[in-house]
Design a binder for this molecule. Structure first.
Ligand code: NDP
Length: 603
């Protein structure tokens, strides 16, 4: 655990803040590019095979549905499942989840790459543990257990009953006369529901680098979110035996690559890791769950633990850090620094102190790379030079040592990225590297249009499309409702709560949705939508709060957190509620307690 800097004197700090600030700026500038999100290739046309479902063995054949539900939930990942569970608990009967995959699980259905595991403690990350009387096997449990837990939620809350799996929504339109939504799918369905909740997932659409020659490469390729075990052999636990005679390339070094590179390194004949920006890799320290500890847990333990983590990671004070991991250490240090003003620093100094604490943490992360990686040049390349929350921080104990293997080669592109694919391999730093297989660990679309990522558009009142209404940025009340689209719930962190532990915010939103649906069903309300005034005021509040973080974002190295280095009015407008998740949850609770559905028009 790090000590908290109490001095601003470079000699005592052990680093020079001005020199680091300048280094960060230079590293960011190397990576800034004019094309922003357009640097990526959308998975359409010749690229649609990258999103085929490799896990479905038998296609479900069924007649189209034209029936009627109380609510249709689009997406069977954690967001959809928790919403379904909370609605079921509250007595709602006709619930249908539509899911394009072959089963529930969302992120964990698609991402089965070797080494996949949750990066937030599993006791708080896996939803509804107490309801299912379940404690995960490890502190950071692996993907297969998380996927199984998703299925168990589906079973427990009877969400399979009306579900439509292997089904993609193609359009959603409001039937004003019936006060219902009509949901159309690629299976010819035209089903109806009083409410629709969209839980498409924030990172559901893989993206590829839009580089020349991407179609010319003749070897094997796939994206990490559709891992091809037929090609690699092995499974989520590794043992990729078919790679023993293969030269493998992986493009990207984000949180996904960090988890799968150790397995590729252990199995491939040669592994080439193409890096544009290194991730920050701190200690993981995973361990099996102590059965005695699990037995000792008292009712209410999961909620208490989730709230403890959320308070710590959003700037609050708690008596005890129940989680005690890299996430809570990061934030504890930042906050302690900021709170240090009580001992002589004034308020105006808080941002500076936060920056110092951040420098100090990142110095530790860089020192860790140097201590673990034998080759000094490789170690230097693996050091991240940016502030900790410019990118998702990673925690892993096997990633850095993998670069000590003779068969593993880090190709540091110095912020430029791979330049081109040829028939035989990859061109990086002006040199061609021949490869049998290229794995794209290049992440998911974030800053593109909501409806493009969802894969369907909505037609609301008076024929207005959601893509038209949100052309200049999202407009919502509480991130959840949007005027002109009655009885629609948007489940996302945009204009709502952003939590490091995503399922926490999903559960809060599920409880809120459940409250509103029940108010409407029991009060004979046909439709709800936000008033113009309430929506405008919410968007204004989001923008004015987001302004506070604008400078931080602009100074960050490019990535999906800052719209690829190009924060603009639209990306600022689509940000989360700037006072943090706890104030947001408190606001939503106060709104429910008040009982008048303030800001919503009831018909
Ligand atoms: P990311 O978007 O985080 O990473 C994509 C990577 O591809 C980056 O390293 C990026 O470099 C690189 N890249 C893009 N284009 C090129 C190019 N032309 N040449 C070379 N490299 C390129 O995607 P991930 O799938 O890794 O992670 C996405 C998110 O999913 C995470 O941020 C996290 O929120 C979540 N996640 C969570 C996990 C968990 O809970 N266990 C595990 C994995 C992911 P650059 O940085 O320079 O843009």
């Amino acid at each position: 655990m790090s000590s908290i800097p109490t001095s601003t004197n470079p000699a005592e700090l052990g680093f020079d803040p001005d020199a680091l600030r300048e280094k960060y700026r230079l590293e960011r500038d190397k990576r800034l590019r004019s094309d922003g999100n357009n640097q990526y290739q959308e998975v359409v046309g010749d690229f649609t095979h990258y999103v085929d479902d490799p896990y479905v063995e038998t296609r479900i054949e069924r007649e189209p549905f034209t029936d009627e539900m109380d609510i249709i939930i689009i997406g069977g990942g954690f967001g959809g499942l928790i919403t379904g569970a909370r609605l079921r608990e509250s007595g709602v009967k006709r619930i249908r989840i539509i899911e394009k995959g072959g089963d529930f699980g969302g992120t964990w259905y698609w991402n089965r790459y070797p080494g996949a595991a949750c990066d937030v403690e599993s006791y708080i990350y896996l939803p509804l543990c107490e309801e299912l009387d379940f404690v995960p096997k490890e502190k950071y449990t692996h993907a297969p257990e998380i996927l199984e837990h998703s299925h168990n939620i589906g079973q427990k809350y009877d969400l399979y009953k009306d579900a439509c799996l292997q089904t993609e929504v193609t359009g959603v339109e409001w039937d004003a006369a019936a006060s219902q939504w009509i949901v159309r799918t690629n299976r010819g369905d035209a089903m109806r529901a009083k409410f629709v909740a969209m839980s498409n997932g924030p990172l559901n659409r893989p993206k590829l680098p839009g580089i020349p020659g991407i179609n010319d490469y003749q070897g094997h390729t796939f994206h990490t979110s559709r891992w091809d075990y037929d090609y690699t052999g092995g499974g989520p636990e590794g043992g990729l035996t078919n790679l023993a005679d293969k030269r493998v390339g992986i493009i990207g070094t984000g949180a996904t690559a960090v988890q799968c590179v150790p397995h590729l390194g252990a199995s491939a004949k040669e592994l080439f890791v193409f890096q544009r920006t290194p991730s920050s890799i701190d200690v993981r320290d995973n361990r099996p769950t102590d059965p005695e500890w699990a037995k000792s847990l008292k009712p209410g333990w999961q909620k208490e633990r989730m709230e403890n983590f959320n308070t710590l990671t959003s700037g609050g004070i708690v008596e005890e850090d129940l989680i005690q991991d890299g996430w809570t250490e990061i934030i504890r240090n930042l906050i302690s620094m900021a709170n240090y003003r009580g001992k002589g620093f004034d308020r105006a100094e808080v941002p500076k102190l936060m920056e110092l604490a951040d420098f100090q943490k990142m110095e530790q992360v860089r020192a860790r790379a140097e201590a673990i990686v034998n080759d000094p040049d490789t170690a230097e390349s693996l050091k991240p030079y940016y502030r900790q929350f410019c990118k998702r921080p990673c925690f892993h104990d096997e990633y850095l040592p993998t670069f000590n293997r003779d068969n593993v080669h880090l190709i540091d592109t110095q912020g430029k990225g791979v330049e081109e694919l040829t028939a035989k391999g990859v061109i990086a730093n002006g040199e061609e590297i021949e490869l049998d297989c290229i794995i794209f660990a290049t992440g998911f679309e974030v800053g593109t249009e909501y409806t493009r990522r969802a894969g369907y558009d909505l037609v609301g009142k008076h024929g207005v499309k959601l893509s038209e209404k949100w052309a200049d940025g999202m407009r919502t009340l509480h991130g959840l409702h949007t005027r002109g689209f009655p009885n629609l719930f948007v489940i996302s962190n945009a204009q709502a709560a952003f939590t490091t532990n995503f399922p926490h915010a999903m559960d809060e939103s599920a409880q809120h949705i459940s409250y509103i649906v029940n108010q409407c069903l029991s009060g004979n309300v046909n439709s709800i939508e936000p008033t113009q005034e309430a929506e405008d005021a919410w968007v204004e509040e989001i923008i004015s709060l987001a302004r506070m973080g604008e400078r931080f974002q602009a100074e960050c190295t490019p990535g999906y957190y800052n719209n690829e280095g190009k924060p603009n009015p639209k990306s600022v407008q689509n940000m989360a509620y700037g006072k943090g998740p706890n104030p947001f949850f408190a606001k939503m609770k106060a709104w429910r307690d008040e009982g008048g559905m303030e800001g919503l028009e009831l018909n």
